[in-house]
Design a protein around this ligand. Sequence first.
Ligand SMILES: [Zn+2]
Length: 122
Amino acid sequence: MSRTDQPDSPPPEWEPCAPGEVARLGKKLRGRKTRRVFLRAAVAAASAVVTGGGVWLAFGHRRGGEYDYGGIVCSEVVRQGADYMAGKVPEPTRSQIAEHVARCPRCGPLFKQMREQMDQMG
Ligand SMILES: [Zn+2]
C-alpha cells in the first residue's frame, strides 16, 4: 500500500481569494506595523529609564549631592536619618551626622524638614 489516503483536492490555502481576503491581509499587515511601533516605543522607554537611572546615579549620587562632611556622606546620613532623629544612633556616628547636617547644603534642609514634620506629629 504505497498510496496515501490524502484526498486529491488542494489544501484550503490554495483556494481562490475570498472577497474579504485582501482587506484581512491589509489589516494583518497594519497590525504588525502597530506592534513594531509599540515595540520601538517600549525600547525607547526602556532606554530612557536606563539613561535616567544612569543620570540619577551620576548626578544624584556621585556628583550632584554626595557631600562628605563630618566624615560621613549624604547617603549614609539619609539612611540613618530616622534613627538619628529618634536618638538611636550611637556615637561617634551621632556627632558625625550632626556635623554633616550642620554643614551640608542638601541634608541640612532635609533634616530641618524632617524635624518639623516630627514636631507636627507630636
Ligand atoms: Zn549631606
